[in-house]
Design a protein around this ligand. Structure first.
Ligand code: PA5
Length: 449
């Protein structure tokens, strides 16, 4: 389970201020719990861990088994934002760091992602890969109308149909979308694809514990039951209406720090497998809180890697940063640094220590240095990187985000700002209905476009 340590914030805040924000967090929690706040029709994520039936995971395992029997080795998971980041985060965190070069794990499929950009090179290279592999696809879009996944799916569908024929294609395509609305629903019904539903009351960035996250995780060979078990434990702990609730503490402290001018929060990890936890977290908090001219700007760094690129700024640049470190108590592997009789590199002082001990000392040294440099430190810790702890982290952050956004006074569950670029892109691409916008926009384009 996720533990929280706020002692690294003590030099930056008064105890009385924290008490005040804890009260605000408790009020915000009650609004979430009683479902009386803005966006209260998007609270379906709250009980997913405890209410998801076992049989759903069984259905995902059946698809994996069927595809493996049919010789499929690669699954293209198509989606953007909340429709891919959770699965990407979990699969990256659970996979061998060199998985693609180590070869496919037994009883699993190689999951690759598409539909999260509009790069022609990326999609052409995806087709290169698909030519060498036996492919199936999972296309995910709640609205069923998002351009990036729709473009990728059109290309992937065309490839699969050409290669395997229409009938086999309908067995190799699974769609996850709305139960009745959107182009993807219509297409799935027409073509006879298997589908799973994203319920109306779960927003994209809160959907990792629905089929959106769980199906790709199962296909990649990881244990979705354990993921849900970890999330269920967090559901219990984060549903306490007391100040022991870690989600409440986190939400209270980050808002207090924000009120004191710490406008940017860095999510820090000392394990490269957690890089995509930062990406998932940025979407969750950025899209939920960044509105009405308010919101902590979420960014992420990986240490010690980024201490050699961003370290100078963090230590010594403008003092608007706070850090939240996701600390992992135990590595999954053990590796000791060997003794070298010649000691030409001068490293014998750490010989016989585990690499993880060096990493831990780097973490502690960084924490103290950054406190001295004026960067408040929130520390979250989990026992290890595995399905259970990832599930806990997902739920912990979702609950913290809901509470935090209500403290800030914004609706955590809408994203009106995301529409602005889409409107312009449609107009510039000549979508019917956007003609007048297109004329106005073309006048504003820089020379060369
Ligand atoms: O959190 C959100 O709602 C968004 O990030 C969406 O997940 C993203 O825009 C993709 O939308 P859709 O699943 O409708 O294609």
């Amino acid at each position: 389970m996720v533990k929280i340590d706020l002692s690294g914030c003590a030099p930056f805040v008064y105890e009385g201020d924290y008490e005040f924000y804890k009260e605000k967090a408790l009020e915000a929690y009650n609004v979430l719990d009683k479902e009386t706040g803005a966006g209260n029709d998007f609270l379906g994520w709250k009980h997913l861990p405890s209410q998801t039936p076992e049989s759903l995971i069984g259905q995902f395992e059946d698809i994996k088994a069927e595809w493996l029997r049919a010789g499929v080795d690669t699954v293209v998971v198509i989606g953007i934002g909340g429709s891919y980041l959770g699965a990407k985060c979990a699969i990256e965190a659970l996979s061998h760091s060199f998985q693609s070069r180590m070869g496919r794990r037994e009883d699993s499929l190689d999951v690759v992602f598409a539909g999260n950009n509009l790069s022609e090179d990326y999609l052409a290279e995806l087709l290169d890969l698909m030519l060498r592999r036996s492919v199936a696809t999972v296309v995910i879009s709640k609205s069923g109308t998002t351009t990036e996944p729709a473009v990728a799916f059109r290309l992937v569908k065309n490839f699969i149909e050409d290669r395997y024929g229409k009938e086999e294609a309908s067995r190799r395509i699974v769609a996850i979308t709305d139960k009745s609305k959107g182009a993807l629903r219509k297409m799935s019904d027409t073509e006879g694809y298997r589908t799973f539903v994203i319920e109306d009351n779960v927003g994209g960035r809160f959907s990792v514990l629905t089929p959106v996250g769980l199906l790709p995780i199962v296909l990649a060979g990881y244990d979705a039951r354990q993921l849900l078990a970890g999330a269920a434990e967090a559901e219990k702990v984060c549903s306490e209406a007391t100040e022991n609730n870690p989600a409440l503490k986190y939400a209270a402290m980050r808002n207090l720090l924000y009120s004191k001018g710490y406008k940017i929060e860095l999510l820090v990890s000392f394990n490269p497998r957690l890089t995509y936890l930062g990406e998932w977290w940025k979407q969750l908090f950025g899209e939920s809180e960044g509105k009405d001219g308010k919101g902590i700007f979420p960014a992420s760094v990986n240490f010690t890697t980024d201490l050699h690129s961003m370290g100078q700024y963090i230590q010594d640049g403008e003092r608007t940063l706070m850090e939240t470190t996701v600390s992992v108590e135990n590595s999954n592997r053990k590796l000791m640094i060997n003794t070298d009789p010649e000691n030409l590199d001068g490293l014998n002082f750490i010989a016989t220590k585990r690499v993880e001990e060096c990493n831990r000392m780097a973490e502690m040294g960084t924490r103290i240095a950054h406190i001295d440099g004026g960067v408040p430190q929130i520390r979250l810790s989990v026992e290890r990187v595995d399905e259970f702890n990832l599930g806990s982290l997902f739920y912990f952050f979702e609950m913290s985000c809901g509470i935090s956004a209500y403290i800030l006074g914004v609706n955590p569950f809408n994203q009106p700002g995301v529409e602005a670029y889409k409107k312009n892109m449609f107009a510039l691409l000549g979508k019917p209905g956007y003609e007048a916008d297109a004329v106005a926009l073309r006048e504003r384009l820089p020379i060369g476009f």
